[in-house]
Design a protein around this ligand. Sequence first.
Ligand SMILES: NC(=O)c1ccc[n+]([C@@H]2O[C@H](COP(=O)([O-])OP(=O)(O)OC[C@H]3O[C@@H](n4cnc5c(N)ncnc54)[C@H](O)[C@@H]3O)[C@@H](O)[C@H]2O)c1
Length: 470
Amino acid sequence: MIPQPIPIPIPIPSKSPRVVATSISPTSQTFHDRLRHRDSLAALGAIRQPKVLHPVENEDLKLLLLENISQDAVRYFQAQGFHVDHYSKAFSEDELVERIPQYHAIGIRSKTKITERVIKAATKLLVVGCFCIGTNQVDLFTAAKAGIPVFNSPFSNSRSVAELVVSEIIALSRQLFQRSHEMRAGIWNKQSQGCWEVRGKTLGIVGYGHIGSQLSVLAEALGMRVIFYDVINIMPLGSARQVEKLSVLLGDADFVTLHVPELPETINMISKQELEQMKEGSYLINNARGRVVDIPALIDALKSKHIAGAALDVYPVEPGSNGSPFDDQINTWATTLRDVPNVILTPHIGGSTEEAQRMIGEEVSQALTRYLNYGSTVGSVNFPEVDLRAISAEQGTHVRVCHVHNNQPGVLRQVNDILSPYNVEKQYSDSKGDIAYLLADIADVSPTDVNKLRETISHTSANILTRLLA
Ligand SMILES: NC(=O)c1ccc[n+]([C@@H]2O[C@H](COP(=O)([O-])OP(=O)(O)OC[C@H]3O[C@@H](n4cnc5c(N)ncnc54)[C@H](O)[C@@H]3O)[C@@H](O)[C@H]2O)c1
C-alpha cells in the first residue's frame, strides 16, 4: 500500500458561535495540553485540515534520482506515493536521452547535464531538482520554455563553509599543515616563530551574505575583530563593522576571506594590486569561487612572503571526478602552487558535510513535492515564484489549475472565460521573462468536468503546460 502523506493542520480562526475563544497561556499549559486543546477544536470544526492534493492524471509519478542522492530523499518521495529509481552514478547525455522519456521528475547533483537535447527527449518531465548549490548543469532557459521549473538548495551549506573557514584561520596562523607534513616525513620541528593566536586579530570578510555573516559571528566568538566589505549596505552582526572600500579592508585585515559570487566584476577581484594592498604577513582564504583570485599573482605574493599563507578550496578549473589529478594540465600553475609552504589546498569541500547534504536532500525533495502536488514554484531558479494557500480538506470538490504559458497579452482573459462557469476561489499569476504561471483554485468541479477543464485550457493559444491537482 502506498503510504499517504500526513497533512499539517492549519489553524483558521473560526467565526462559528459554537466555538468559545480561549487564550492559551504557555505558562499554565504543557505542550500536550495545547495539542489536546487543538484536537478538541479540530473536533468542533474550528481547525481546518489542508487537503492533500495530487495530480489528477491517472499515471503514477516516476522519479529518477542520480548521483547517489540521499536515501532520506528517496524515503520522502516514496512516502508521497511516487515511484523512485535511484542510481549512484551520473548519466551521460545519451543515457539520459534514452531513459528520461518515462520520468516525471529528475534529481541530480552537479555532474549530470540537463541539456537542450535531454529536455527535448523528456516528454513527461515536469520538474528538475538540483540536489546541490549550483544550477549551471541545467539549460535553465530551455527548461523554462518547456514548462519545467528547476529547484536547488543554495544556502543549506552556509554553516559548513563558515566552520571550515574558522578552522583554516587557526590552521594558517599556527602553520598547522606544515608542521603536520614535517611530522609525517619524520621531522621534529617545534617552533613558535610566525605562529599566532587569532584572538585580537582582524578578520576581513569580502561578501557579507549567508556565509560571510555566519562566519562573522563565529569569528567574534573567537575574540577576533571583524570588518567586512559588501556592495550593498548590510546591518552588521555583533560588533562587526562594514567598510566602504575593498582597499580599506585589505589594508586593515590580518586574514582576508572571500565570500562573493562569481560575477564579471568579481573575477580576479584579488589580483596583484589587491595582494599588494594586503598587510605584510597577512593571510588569504578563498572558499567562494576559483576565478575570484588571480592564482599566479597569489603564488608570487606567497613566494615573496608578503602573504604569510593561503587556504584555497576552489579553483578556476576543477577535476571532474574523485581520483582525477590536480595538475598542470587543468591549471598551468598547479605544481608550483602545491610546492609553496603554508598553503592549504582542499578539493572544494567547503559545503561537504553530512549535515549540509541532509539539509539539501530535505529542502530539494520538499520543493519538488510542493511543485508536483501543490503547484508551488517558490524557490525555483528559472520560473516566476507562485503559490496559493492550501485548499482545506472540507473543500472536497475543489481543484487547483496550474497553467504555465507564454507571457503574452490576453491569456488570463482566455483562461478566465473557461473558468467562468465555476467559482474561482483564489488565483495568482506572475511572469519571469517569456514564461508566466497561473495558479487558480476552482470550487465545485465535478469529477467528469476535471478532464474537460484541463483539455480546454491546454488548447489555449499560449499554453505550455496545464496540470490539474485535486
Ligand atoms: N566552497 C564551497 O564548497 C562553497 C559552498 C557554498 C557556497 N560557496 C560560494 O561561496 C560564495 C558566497 O556564498 P553565499 O551563500 O554567502 O552567497 P550570498 O549570495 O548569500 O552572499 C554573497 C554576498 O556577496 C556580495 N557581493 C556580490 N558582489 C560583490 C562584490 N563585487 N564585492 C563585494 N561583495 C559582493 C553580495 O551582496 C552578498 O552579500 C559563493 O560564491 C558561493 O558559490 C562555496
